[in-house]
Ligand binder design. Structure first.
Ligand code: VGL
Ligand code: ZN
Length: 177
């Protein structure tokens, strides 16, 4: 059984938001097209408390329940079965969807008999990459859909490096046409 995991496709990671991926909006139609190819679609949300240590490294973004933490209107989010909340403690970054605090993701996927996890969303170098690493560690065959991922590019070259690291770790990069 295959599942699609949409990582952090939230307003604050889109142009106009607090911590934007420059090409973030370009992935929305691709993700909408992908959604229809999966029987199980889940999504993570970055969901931080105001006093998170995370904000020593990053501008304030994705505060729990804020407009910045919401899905963009254009996303067909009705198809999303479960939303995973991560980065919810004030003491950790919560980059990976496997660090969600409202649900144990590995158990959830095992119960649904998922063995192939397709990952897309934002951002290439942080939450997508860390989610991919944890998915591989948990034993899922892990695919990343290149055209459905975008980078924040805090440092030049970060994006390319992240793709190489994901591939080296065993992720299969696939294309959406
Ligand atoms: C993310 C930086 C800070 C992400 C979240 O979703 O990739 N990046 N918080
Ligand atoms: Zn964050």
């Amino acid at each position: 059984m295959k599942a699609l995991l949409i990582v952090d496709l939230q307003n604050d990671f889109l142009p106009g938001g607090a911590l934007p991926a420059a090409k973030g909006r370009t992935i929305i139609p691709v993700v909408n097209a992908l959604l229809d190819q999966f029987d199980l679609v889940i999504a993570s949300k970055d969901w931080h408390p105001q006093d998170s240590i995370h904000f020593q490294k990053w501008p304030v973004h994705c505060l729990a329940d804020s407009a910045g933490a919401a899905f963009p209107e254009e996303l067909h989010h009705q198809k999303i079965e479960t939303v995973l909340l991560k980065g919810t403690r004030n003491s950790d970054d919560g980059y990976s969807a496997f660090e969600a605090t409202n649900l144990e993701l590995t158990n959830y996927l095992n119960e649904k008999q998922v063995d192939q996890l397709y990952i897309c969303g934002l951002t290439t170098e942080y939450c997508v990459k860390n989610t991919v690493f944890d998915s591989l560690k948990a034993g899922f065959q892990t695919f990343v859909v290149k055209e459905a991922v975008a980078a924040v590019n805090a440092q030049p070259g970060d994006e390319e490096k992240a793709w190489q690291e994901m591939q080296k770790a065993g992720a299969i990069i696939v294309h959406h046409s």
